[in-house]
Design a protein around this ligand. Structure first.
Ligand code: AMP
Length: 315
């Protein structure tokens, strides 16, 4: 899909509202706010808003805007980093005049008048920088703040350039982005510094994870356990990667008990896990996906599926 229709739409509309997924991460915020920043720099007269719930842990990146219902009339709506329409934060996304999807997850749920989906991109933020590179010949401008936001999204979704999704292009973008003037150490602090209670829970996870013969690892974080550490389910997102460096683990799953469901967070170093996530109301990338189940009995089924995927994986 060509980027040109997206550039034309951005040039045409006076009001642009940018959405992203619920339970945001640095790439969701970074692509959304980085795109806004780029448009504002390029077209100071346009009204550009970012929509969705605030996440206190991402406030170091930006704050969301309050948007009245009337604002959607005649607006261009762009949804960043969200594969499924049901996971878009602020469901008024379909109230605009035109809808664009920009995403790097598998395109399971096709929505939007224009879709630009690139699963080879490390992050949606990387795609926003692609967009800038195509659009700069059309008068689009970039800024230090846009670079900070986009860099944060790329760093977040590549695990600091560690995951295999990191490509030559990712590094080329990063090399250009660091030539802008922003404070990288404080950005890394914002993404990676953790509260002491999270560090203690990390200790619990490292003491108590289970490892099967197949190379599957599991950890169950019940509500009472989380309460005893004073950690809420949202905050566990910072901990899912912790099992990634342990020898012998091919894939792992975190079960996190929330109010009315158990969140399933799957990660892998080889076996494909998004097919399992799809079976349990979820989705995501082949090596990082999420789902939800309604009981601890159902988590056994997820574990069985993951165990099989690990057993069948040759690598
Ligand atoms: P998480 O474990 O929440 O960090 O999610 C890992 C990846 O899976 C992200 O790319 C999410 O967008 C995706 N994901 C998580 N939960 C779901 C879900 N319920 N449905 C679809 N995709 C999901």
């Amino acid at each position: 899909m060509s980027i040109q229709p997206i550039i034309e739409a951005i040039k045409t509309y006076e009001t642009i509202i940018i959405h992203r997924h619920v339970r945001p991460d640095p790439d969701a915020y970074g692509s959304q706010a980085g795109l806004k920043e780029m448009i504002v720099q390029s077209f100071p007269d346009k009204k550009v808003y970012i929509a969705g719930e605030e996440d206190p842990s991402l406030e170091f990146l930006t704050n969301m805007n309050q948007i009245f219902d009337e604002t959607y009339k005649n607006a261009l709506v762009i949804v960043c980093d969200t594969a499924n329409a049901g996971r878009i934060s602020d469901q008024r996304y379909d109230k605009g005049d035109k809808l664009i999807k920009i995403d790097h997850h598998p395109n399971v749920d096709e929505f939007g008048d224009i879709m630009w989906v690139d699963t080879s991109a490390s992050s949606t933020s990387e795609m926003i920088y692609d967009l800038y590179q195509s659009a700069k010949h059309d008068g689009f401008k970039f800024s230090d703040e846009a670079a900070r936001l986009i860099y944060a999204g790329i760093v977040g979704d590549t695990g600091r350039f560690l995951f295999p999704s990191t490509t030559k292009k990712t590094f080329q973008h990063a090399a250009e982005l660091v030539t802008y003037n922003f404070d990288r150490p404080s950005l890394y602090d914002g993404i990676y510094s953790i509260k002491d209670k999270i560090a203690r829970l990390r200790g619990y996870i490292l003491q108590h994870f289970e490892l099967s013969e197949s190379g599957m690892s599991t950890i169950k974080l019940t509500k009472s356990l989380l309460d005893s550490y004073g950690v809420n389910p949202m905050e566990t997102g910072q901990l899912v990667g912790v099992l990634g460096d342990i020898e012998g683990i091919k894939a792992w799953v975190f079960f996190i008990e929330e109010e009315d469901l158990i969140r399933v967070r799957l990660r892998s170093k080889g076996p494909v896990v998004n097919e399992i996530a799809n079976k349990y109301n979820g989705g995501g990338h082949p090596m990082a996906s999420g789902a939800s189940v309604s009981s601890w009995e159902e988590t056994d089924k997820v574990m069985k599926d993951l165990d099989e995927a690990c057993m069948n994986y040759e690598g």
